[in-house]
Design a protein around this ligand. Structure first.
Ligand code: AMP
Length: 442
């Protein structure tokens, strides 16, 4: 990923040689801002409150000092239980963090295990029995295993609560408090959160002792590199618009966001009818099915992955050329998070948002948050002039939308067969009137 840092390299952080070697192997030249700001304090044993989201390099910011600390005072992992615990909201994030520990710790002799729900607990129990130094877990499965006495937490030296705001949204607060109370008072604690609402601030008072506070924005350069556009469309034409977009040139790997799990399934089904290979990832799917969908997407076997916000949290897939908001998220932060799935690792990317009449308020909030107006594409076959027109007057930012020619999707349908095949619904023609908001949760 791109980091605009001008300062020191990793060698100045006083991390042990095997860790520096692993980091060099990843071709990281410079610590990211959160790494630079957090690692020296963490190496001194301070607690930390990190206001940062995925994409800023925060995993290494906590993983490197943990590896350093545990390898300095090496102990044989055994029945006593893990020495570091990382709690994270989703299975995907847990397994990504586990991969990072694996990578950064490959020249160290530390053991780790990852536990999460949705899969058989047996291999996880066996791994715990063999002894681990570092445990990465989602809260529910961890409590189950603790209650079954497969695990003890009285040796924990470092406790990390990752994506705390998302944990709260997902109702994990009581579990987190329970787990925290099981760990020793002497632990070093870190809490990372993309946002700091009052509830998180209250939690930090309870969790952290005189913490160092570090706040970093998602790298502005990343958002700058994303070509962000909005397409005004009646809700009932979104499916047809998606097909036309995906059949255009230059879309190699697209991540489509749907608000609901059922919506995600429906999108995949409809794309299948248009012979576009797609799969979905959401909370109703088994862990194995989620991993398989991700694997196919990563390997390029499917061009399109349809995801809900929660399932996609923290996903790091290289080479996503397009993020498509089939529905605009009601929180501007989710938008920033979603579009940040493209333009990773220095690449450029395109983010397209389909905006129906009920979503314009969300768009305005997003524009306020990202402090820019999103370019309007109006030369697509399903453009709704009435939604666009209302937007011009109702734009809360006071900014002007500008129409731009678009090369990222299929040309307007002419009188050829494609029109019938790819544009089944005539723009403006109502197929079925649906409520723009569905009550089903992600
Ligand atoms: P994270 O925010 O931890 O999910 O990290 C996002 C991405 O940044 C991952 O793909 C990391 O491999 C990468 N990354 C982390 N630290 C650095 C660094 N110092 N230089 C370059 N890339 C990094």
């Amino acid at each position: 990923m791109l980091m605009e840092s001008t300062t020191v390299g990793f060698s100045a952080l006083n991390l042990s040689e095997p860790i520096c070697r692993a980091v060099r192997g990843e071709k990281y030249d410079t610590p990211t801002p959160i790494q630079q700001q957090a690692i020296p304090h963490l190496l001194q044993g301070r607690d930390l409150l990190g206001c940062a989201q995925t994409g800023t390099g925060k995993t290494a910011a906590f993983a490197l000092p943990i590896l350093h600390r545990l390898s300095e005072k090496r102990q044989a992992p055994g029945s006593k239980g893990p020495r570091a615990l990382v709690l994270t909201p989703t299975r995907e994030l847990a397994s990504q963090i586990s991969d990072s520990f694996q990578t950064y710790g490959k020249y160290l002799n530390l053991k780790q295990a990852v536990v999460y729900g949705g899969v058989s607990p047996k291999p996880q129990i066996s791994a715990l029995r063999r002894g681990v130094d570092i445990l990465i877990a989602t809260p529910g499965r961890m409590i189950d295993l603790y209650q079954q006495r497969c695990l003890r937490l009285d040796q924990i030296e470092v406790f990390v609560l990752d994506e705390a705001d998302r944990m709260l949204d997902m109702g994990f607060l009581p579990d987190i408090k329970k787990i925290y109370a099981m760990t020793p008072e002497s632990r070093q604690s870190m809490l990372f959160s993309a946002t700091l609402p009052d509830e998180i601030l209250r939690l930090t008072k309870h969790f952290l002792k005189d913490p160092v506070k570090v706040a970093v924005n998602p790298p502005a350069s990343t958002v700058d590199r994303i070509d962000q556009r909005v397409l005004f469309v009646d809700r009932e034409n979104k499916g047809a618009l998606l097909e036309s977009v995906l059949l255009g040139d230059g879309i190699h790997r697209a991540l489509v966001f749907s608000r609901t799990k059922h919506g995600a399934n429906r999108i995949v089904k409809n794309l299948g009818k248009a012979r576009i290979k797609a799969d979905s990832i959401h909370g109703n799917k088994s862990q194995a099915a989620r991993m398989e969908a991700l694997r196919k997407f990563r390997a390029g076997k499917v061009q399109v992955l349809v995801a809900t916000d929660i399932a996609s949290r923290g996903l790091d897939v290289e080479g996503i050329t397009h993020v498509i908001n089939y529905e605009i998220p009601n929180e501007a932060e989710s938008y920033v998070h979603r579009v940040g799935r493209t333009a990773r690792a220095g690449a450029t990317g395109v983010a397209l948002s389909f905006c129906d009449a009920g979503e314009k308020g969300y768009l305005h909030n997003i524009e306020r948050t990202i402090n820019r107006t999103v370019t309007v594409i109006d030369d697509h076959p399903f453009h709704s002039a009435s939604i666009a027109a209302k937007s011009k007057h109702g734009n809360a930012t006071g900014g002007k939308f500008s129409a731009k020619r678009n090369s990222n999707f299929a040309a307007k349908p002419g009188k050829n067969q494609n029109r019938k095949k790819y544009f089944p619904a005539k723009p403006g023609k109502k197929i079925r009137s649906r409520s723009p908001r569905s009550a089903v949760s992600a």
